[in-house]
Design a protein around this ligand. Structure first.
Ligand code: ARG
Length: 466
């Protein structure tokens, strides 16, 4: 069998008398998924040709011919060259095109390497790039949050624990609560990128290349931080995929939680926020509907990205050391997760930019009972223990609730009866502004603390990515 004719081009087959079943081809073929690795496969193949030349395996002319041929292959693919039926994966397709472009010398490129170290290298190059592009996409969403947060420093709304009204906070403080998780995601992607930057090329199929290929040259050409220390580990290691997928999952989970806040706060019952026209959909039946589909789709995408992480971990957990074909599935998982985030993050950023907040509705949801802690703190400042103060204020909360009035409407005698230390200024402690003003502790919702937090957020966005 000729392994170089376009119609039958394969990277293997000599040891088989019969050809592969079409059923094998169907399940084995991965080019529909891995086609996008082509720029990285070209790049690592150019580096490999150079290194083979330096090792004396190829003449200088042969190495140059292969590199020039690979450039022409890249140009053809960029121009729209498509896979043919026999292209099992992108490595096979590039090999086929290289034979067309460079002739028989193309058959020398695969010396000392395997698709096992090749695909691991190409996948790492792709993943490192994905970590960078996702960093940029996350920043865009963070910028949208920051811009909105800056406008909300005069807004006060309830903060919720157990989704029950807890304490009043500034609008800026609430929105920035969704900024910082994304900041941690950027750190996770930077770490994932560093963890990916170990070069497997030179590991061959599993035992290491038998040709004295200078791996340091490959490392320098391809810009990796380190060389893999063990060829068995290097060809079977997909930790980098798991780490990138975990970073993707956390980002998706954070988008989902932000989406959930906005969906709830955008309901008529809350009415804190209105969704912009550009990112809302209507109903085919109910003319009044303005639906927050972007946020719902973002919330749903979180489940899909999590599924990708779980499927990848499931794939690798039972594998013996070294490469097994199960690993071909790693790309489907990571490509899917990264693609999804590249849809979710910009759409979220756009939808966040279009949000219009209703300060009146926010402020209106702050009831005096939410300052019960401040009232207890008032007693503590006058000398009561917190436990005692908690009991006294609890009694006042119950009275107001029973009378169906605000705590500020309770008669003065009620305060005096609840605790001897309550003075005529007790009601002042029930003001929302005062509650915020008392919390200028670093990280708190006090106006000065929030301004400092805004500064910190701006600084983190303008700093170069880690
Ligand atoms: N398409 C394969 C993958 O993505 C390439 C590696 C094939 N290696 C092999 N030993 N058949 O994993």
């Amino acid at each position: 069998m000729s392994n170089t004719d376009a119609g039958t081009h394969k990277l293997w087959g000599g040891r088989f008398a019969g050809g592969p079943s079409p059923l094998l081809d169907a399940i084995n073929r991965s080019i529909g998924t891995d086609f996008r690795l082509w720029p990285h496969d070209i790049r690592l193949s150019r580096a490999w040709a150079l290194a083979l030349g330096q090792a004396g395996v190829l003449t200088r002319d042969e190495a140059d011919a292969l590199r020039a041929g690979l450039d022409r292959v890249a140009a053809r693919i960029a121009d729209g060259a498509e896979p043919i039926a026999t292209d099992e994966d992108i490595h096979t397709m590039i090999d086929r095109l290289l034979h067309e472009e460079a002739g028989t010398v193309a058959s020398k490129l695969h010396t000392g390497r395997s698709r096992n170290d090749q695909v691991a290298t190409a996948s790492r190059l792709w993943t490192m790039e994905a970590c960078r592009t996702l960093d940029a996409a996350i920043r865009t969403l963070q910028q949208a949050l920051l811009t909105q947060a800056e406008t909300l420093s005069d807004a006060i709304l309830p903060a919720y624990t157990h989704l029950q009204r807890a304490q009043p906070v500034s609008g800026t403080h609430w929105l920035l609560a969704h900024f910082w998780p994304l900041d941690r995601d950027r750190t996770r992607f930077a770490n994932a990128r560093r963890g990916t930057s170990t070069l497997p090329l030179g590991s061959g199929a599993i035992a290491g290349s038998a040709f004295p290929v200078p791996r340091d040259v490959l490392q320098a050409e391809l810009g990796f931080d380190a060389l893999s220390p063990n060829s068995i580990d290097a060809t079977g290691d997909r930790d980098f995929v798991a780490e990138a997928l975990f970073a993707c999952t956390m980002t998706a989970v954070h988008c989902s939680r932000l989406a959930e806040d906005l969906i709830i706060y955008g309901s008529s019952e809350f009415g804190f926020v209105k969704f912009g026209d550009g990112f809302s959909t209507g109903s085919s039946m109910m003319p009044q509907k303005r639906n927050p589909d972007v946020f719902e789709l973002a919330r749903g995408s979180g489940a899909r990205v999590l599924g990708d992480l779980v499927s990848l971990l499931g794939t690798i957990k039972g594998l013996p050391s070294g490469y097994s074909k199960d690993l071909q599935d790693d790309k489907r998982a990571v490509f899917n997760a990264v693609d999804l985030l590249h849809l979710v993050l910009p759409a979220m950023a756009g939808a966040v930019s279009e949000l219009r907040f209703d300060r009146g509705r926010m402020r209106g949801a702050v009831s005096s009972a939410m300052m019960a802690t401040d009232l207890a703190d008032y007693l503590v400042k006058k000398g009561a223990t917190f436990r005692e103060a908690h009991g006294a204020v609890g009694a006042l909360v119950r009275q107001a609730e029973e009378a169906n009035i605000e705590m500020t409407e309770l008669p003065t005698e009620a305060f005096a009866t609840a605790h001897a230390l309550f003075g005529t200024d007790a009601r002042d402690a029930l003001g929302a502004e005062a509650s915020l003003a008392a919390r200028n502790i670093a990280g708190g919702t006090g106006p000065e603390a929030v301004q400092a937090q805004l500064q910190q957020a701006r600084a983190s966005l303008t700093a170069p990515s880690a």
